[in-house]
Design a protein around this ligand. Structure first.
Ligand SMILES: [Fe+2]
Ligand SMILES: [Fe+2]
Length: 274
């Protein structure tokens, strides 16, 4: 019988995008059907693996070298979708990484991240199909890797990973997506709006999972979530939080009122949420 964490590592190392996506869907279905066991205590060996497995394209560059997204040309919009596709590709990888890398978490932790991985693969597929519908595909433009860099910085600590990847990097998506969606609403691109609504909805769930496990780990060690977050953000050089924040989505994603209040001092205004 296949084992969940070892299989997640193998899928993470797969360099072929399409087969990574379909292997992940199969893993999720096989798990649901009771065909996968979970080894909670051992860490699978990643020796000789290059993580994450990724295709030769896109070329990875510093954020300032990613071409500018413009809403008024097809290519400009393709660049925007491409950057979203790359985020989803990395999000799929980061969820797989959360499964294989950190031992001795409750079984529900691995199940939560398996669901995230499956949803990220779905988001990637939606965006890539949309890109292809106007003649582009994943790999056509350079991309930057700041999401994955935060994953790499937190390989030694599950509490830092939960604090800084889902609760920081993915939570920024909650702030950013409504604005992008509204721009597509203005140009009456209904399919784009539909895709972004699905992503926003699912991402609330991902940040919620980050909050669940961050708070679980804090409670286990008798730590204050607010103080611990601040310490971890500094220690691991997390990007500074900047508003406007999507307070409604963040509340649904499980941030406490105390945490939301501490954001209010940073954010200039409440983000518009439809
Ligand atoms: Fe996603
Ligand atoms: Fe996500």
């Amino acid at each position: 019988m296949l084992e969940l964490r070892e299989t997640s590592l193998a899928i993470l190392a797969n360099t072929d995008v399409q087969s990574k996506v379909s292997q992940l869907a199969n893993l999720f279905n096989d798990y649901q059907a009771g065909r996968i066991v979970v080894n909670l205590s051992d860490k699978p060996t990643s020796q000789d693996l290059i993580l994450p497995g990724r295709p030769n394209q896109p070329e990875l560059v510093a954020p300032k070298f990613v071409p500018k997204r413009k809403m008024d040309t097809v290519e400009g919009r393709a660049i925007l979708w491409h950057s979203l596709a790359h985020i989803e590709f990395n999000a799929m990888n980061l969820a797989l990484d959360a499964i294989w890398r950190f031992p001795n978490m409750p079984k529900a932790y691995y199940e939560d991240w398996l669901r995230v991985a499956k949803e990220e693969a779905y988001h990637f597929s939606l965006i890539n199909a949309h890109l292809q519908s106007f003649g582009f595909g994943y790999g056509d433009f350079p991309a930057h890797n700041s999401l994955w860099e935060m994953v790499e910085r937190t390989t030694d600590s599950v509490i830092a990973r939960m604090a800084l990847v889902p609760r920081t990097m993915e939570a920024r998506g909650l702030d950013a997506v409504p604005e992008i969606r509204d721009r597509f609403k203005q140009i009456k691109d209904e399919r784009a709006v539909e895709i972004l609504e699905i992503i926003l909805h699912d991402e609330i769930g991902h940040v919620l999972i980050g909050n669940r496990w961050f708070n679980f780990l804090c409670a286990n060690e008798g730590l204050s979530p607010i103080v611990t977050y601040r310490e971890l953000a500094e220690k691991y050089r997390a990007p500074t939080l900047r508003g406007p924040f999507n307070f409604d989505a963040r509340e649904q994603a499980g941030f406490t009122s105390e945490e939301l209040e501490s954001l209010e001092s940073l954010g200039d205004k409440r983000a518009q949420v439809a």
